[in-house]
Design a protein around this ligand. Structure first.
Ligand code: AMP
Ligand code: GLY
Length: 430
């Protein structure tokens, strides 16, 4: 089967790498792609925002399945338009994609379905927002309602910080995403990313991971899209997975199906493991980036076969996804300045050397210029390795990182620290 992959990040490089291993794969195309993806796919010049052009491309190249990587085209209804033309699509339609596109939508769904999550208030003006702040106290969680690339959330420790955050959101700093804000109760606990495949009805667990959202070592500095991740998250044990499936994921999928807007694709639940149990922080309607990179390193099943079964609504007959027992860890190399304005054009070298030891370097924000590989985005590379434990994977990943030359970039040196600490505590306790 010919497949079109939409996207251009490290997540899509990992998906392309895995898809290309499938015996079911005919030709893989990618739009807009990147130089890493181009090793596995023919990169085509089509604007993913031009749905007619994407449909035309699929017709001309006998594409059987379209896999949509990022959230923006999903929220924009690309899946609906492709499905209307009879194409198989991996990714949800516009309405169920509101799980990510509108925090207010998800909160309302949680209330209706009795799903555990932080108490909240949605406010479309400053006065209402300040009233809500008084209800919840500090620290307060303040979010722009729409898509803001992981940067639209502020945890305000004091009233002054909260007011500054409201200023930024209502003053248009987040564009339309800041037309309304959601104010939430602060949940205390450890965060985990949990993934499931959903075909409208059937839900199959698809692994867990932990992300590192802050830019600096020791989880300091501003939030980013993710500076590194590892999988599995050992804290997310079988019992927590069972509770999350029963109390959060299945009620969500059922509610959307009953509303006549079934969810199809990968669903990413951002969870807080609180003293009272797992609670939903947020949903994403796509793979996490860089969580996808570690999941793909561990996935033993045929990704294309699972994607087709998902798109056809045949997950009930599909074998459960299999993952290696080995751990995987990825370190993001970002361009200086990220998550602010990243330095563009910095040269990258040494990828072959980094991969010689079995690590995999997924490209995110890269471009090729006169035969050189250069940085073209905030997050540039995701250097990914496996090991018997997260600690082993961490060592392997940093060995690979150290083989890369990227003088205008930086990375965190402590990806995986929580898990490594947990492992050493356990070994001390015997
Ligand atoms: P979101 O974009 O909703 O995932 O939020 C980004 C990050 O903010 C999350 O990954 C959490 O670390 C943090 N966060 C969001 N909501 C809450 C909450 N209600 N309580 C505590 N932390 C939160
Ligand atoms: N790494 C977090 C995300 O993809 O949203």
């Amino acid at each position: 089967m010919n497949v079109l992959l939409i996207g251009s990040g490290g997540r899509e490089h990992a998906l392309a790498w895995k898809l290309a291993q499938s015996p079911l794969m005919g030709k893989l195309y990618a739009v807009p792609g990147n130089p890493g993806i181009a090793e596995y796919a023919e990169v085509a010049r089509v604007d993913p925002a031009d749905h007619r052009a994407v449909i035309g491309f699929c017709r001309r190249h006998s594409v059987g399945l379209v896999m949509i990587g990022p959230e923006a085209p999903l929220v924009d209804g690309l899946a609906d338009n492709l499905r209307a033309m009879g194409l198989l699509v991996f990714g949800p339609n516009r309405e169920p994609a509101r799980l990510e596109g509108s925090k207010g939508f998800t909160k309302a769904l949680c209330t209706r379905a009795g799903i555990p999550t932080a108490a909240y208030a949605r406010a479309s003006d400053r006065l209402a927002a300040e009233a809500a702040l008084e209800t919840f106290g500090f620290p307060a969680v303040i979010k722009a309602d729409g898509l803001a690339a992981g940067k639209g959330v502020v945890i305000a420790a004091s009233e002054d910080e909260a007011k500054a955050a409201l200023d930024a959101m209502f003053d248009g700093g987040f564009g339309a995403a800041g037309d309304a804000v959601v104010i939430e109760e602060f949940m205390e606990g450890e965060e985990v990313s949990f993934f499931v495949l959903v075909d409208g009805e059937t839900v199959l667990p698809f692994g867990s991971a932990q992300d590192h959202k802050r830019v600096g070592d020791g989880d300091t500095g501003p939030n980013t899209g993710g500076m590194g991740a590892y999988s599995p998250a050992s804290i997310f044990d079988a019992e927590l997975e069972r509770r999350t499936m029963d109390e959060i994921v299945r009620p969500t999928v059922r509610t959307l199906a009953e509303a006549g807007t079934p969810y199809s694709g990968i669903l990413y639940a951002g969870l807080m493991l609180t003293r009272e149990g797992p609670k939903l922080v947020e949903y994403n309607v796509r793979f996490g980036d860089p969580e996808c990179q570690v999941l793909m390193m561990r996935l033993e099943s045929d990704l294309l076969e699972l994607a087709i079964a998902t798109a056809r609504g045949e997950l009930a007959q599909a074998p459960a996804p299999r993952f290696s027992d080995r751990a995987a860890l990825t370190v993001v190399l970002a361009a200086d300045g990220y998550p602010g304005t990243p330095a563009k054009g910095g040269e990258i070298g040494g990828i072959d050397r980094a991969e010689a030891s079995g690590a995999k370097v997924f490209q995110a924000g890269t471009a090729s210029e006169d035969g050189r590989l250069v940085a073209s985005g905030g997050r540039v590379l995701a250097v990914t390795a496996t090991g018997a434990t997260v600690g082993d994977a961490q060592q392997a990943a940093y060995r690979a990182v150290d083989a890369i030359r990227f003088p205008t970039g930086f990375c965190r040196r402590d990806i995986g620290w929580r898990e490594v600490e947990r492992l050493s505590r356990e070994s001390l306790q015997g």
